[in-house]
Design a protein around this ligand. Structure first.
Ligand code: SF4
Ligand code: SF4
Length: 433
């Protein structure tokens, strides 16, 4: 993702939990140098994505130029905004450049009470929901980033939250549900505990997977990861903290940086471009060490979801230390358990990444290229009667290990077709349970 922060961290809101908060207060003034920004964008393969701070504080012609650069490259464009400043002129640009608009909103009414304007303590959620409805009525794609705190993710708020998700579903909108990452003491009291986030994620995962069906993150990530289809977004994979290029940043003066979730002390790490450096990256040492430390001592040793989670986002590490595993370990573990349980209930024969040992994966810190695939028992050619549930569809999968079988030790598919074709009726003695 090539994030162009044309307004740097400047914003018209003052959300107390914002991860750019300290960076914003310490930021020295950066001039706008469009020539330098253009040059940087042209240096990159990826299309630019407008981000902030609040990008709609920039002049219209600057916004147009960046959206148009993306449009010329890939036929579409995107930006992330708090939504409060969207005007008719912006809407015209969004239509012209096929823009997907990411909106940061934490829920309706009081659920969004930590998103406030600089001028007043009035929450902005209801104004922004009206803008979202307007954008959808104009045919513009909208996605949501919702930050989870004690204002919107506790049991008492759950019915309102679910009703909001339903409304978004009816508008054709999904998005992602991120816990607030707060490391400064003054607002610690609004951050969720790991137990509270666990309760939220597990309940919402059941709701989304069994009632709504949209691709909300991190739930979609967890499904893909358990099935070995995809590692998911950056927090479920190796991240080099000092060169966190899952978000490549270009600032207004053309200087570059990486993910601002790593700018906790107010210092944005520059994008590391030393060709002689170890390409693996210094901070990747986290992924060597965490699986060696017992869980009771704060590590991930023996966790069955290690290759799915890899300790979570380093900027979410316990005590604000990137080397530690995420402070939300319990929430992610429980979310993986809940989703695995749902998948197994639907398809008892599914093979999940947590079911296999490391010999079935080419890389120790990734779910990619799992062999056999999740749907092995459901695929013709691997057994007889491929099925999501029949016991007799199960064959010995040891032949699918990444390691070459020793000579003479090849495992043979011992099943054969006995004419018992699927006929769609009730189980007759060979069901899984
Ligand atoms: S610090 Fe966290 S959010 Fe930023 S790129 Fe790394 S994993 Fe992603
Ligand atoms: S769920 Fe917890 S113990 Fe398991 S890999 Fe993630 S952070 Fe580590």
């Amino acid at each position: 993702m090539l994030s162009v922060k044309i307004t740097n961290a400047l914003c018209n809101l003052q959300c107390s939990y914002c991860y750019e908060h300290i960076y914003r207060t310490r930021l020295n003034h950066k001039a706008v140098d469009m020539q330098a920004v253009r040059r940087q964008i042209q240096n990159e393969q990826e299309p630019p994505y407008l981000h902030g701070g609040e990008p709609l504080l920039a002049p219209l012609e600057v916004i147009e130029e960046i959206l148009s650069m993306s449009f010329q490259k890939v036929g579409s464009s995107s930006l992330q905004t708090n939504g409060t400043l969207i005007s008719d002129k912006h809407v015209q640009l969004f239509k012209k450049y096929n823009t997907s608009v990411g909106i940061s909103i934490d829920g309706p009414g009081e659920l969004g009470r930590y998103r406030k304007t600089l001028k007043s303590a009035k929450p902005t959620a209801d104004i922004v929901m009206d803008k979202i409805r307007m954008l959808r009525s104009e045919g513009i794609n909208v996605g949501i980033i919702c930050v989870l705190t004690k204002a919107n993710a506790l049991r008492a708020q759950r019915d309102t939250f679910k009703a909001w998700i339903r409304e978004l579903h009816e508008l054709g909108i999904s998005g992602r549900l991120n816990p607030a990452q707060i490391d400064y003491p003054s607002v610690q009291d609004i951050a969720l505990t790991a137990e509270e986030l666990s309760d939220f994620y597990c309940d919402i995962a059941r709701f989304i997977l069994t009632e709504i069906g949209d691709d909300w993150l991190p739930i979609r990530d967890v499904v893909d990861s358990l099935l070995g289809l995809n590692q998911g977004t950056c927090n479920f994979g190796e991240c080099d903290y000092y060169n966190a290029v899952a978000e490549k940043v270009i600032f207004s003066d053309g200087s570059t940086g990486s993910c601002l979730k790593t700018a906790k002390t107010g210092h944005a790490y520059p994008r590391f471009q030393n060709a002689d450096a170890d390409p693996r990256g210094f901070a990747k040492i986290r992924y060597e060490i965490l699986p060696l430390i017992p869980q009771e001592d704060g590590g991930c040793e023996g966790c069955k979801y290690w290759r799915n989670c890899t300790g979570g986002c380093p900027s979410e590490g316990f005590g604000g230390d990137w080397r530690n595993k995420t402070r939300y370990c319990k929430a992610y573990y429980d979310l993986f358990e809940t989703v695995a349980d749902i998948l197994r209930k639907i398809m008892p024969n599914v093979i999940l990444t947590c079911d296999l040992d490391s010999s079935h994966f080419p890389s120790k810190n990734s779910v990619r290229n799992m062999n056999p695939s999740a749907f092995y028992y459901m695929t013709y050619g691997n057994g007889f009667n491929p099925s999501s549930w029949r016991k007799d569809a199960r064959v010995n999968i040891e032949c699918c290990s990444q390691q070459q079988p020793e000579s003479g030790n090849e495992l043979v598919n011992q099943n054969y077709d006995h004419g018992d074709r699927p006929h769609g009726d009730r189980p007759h003695g060979d069901s899984y349970f």
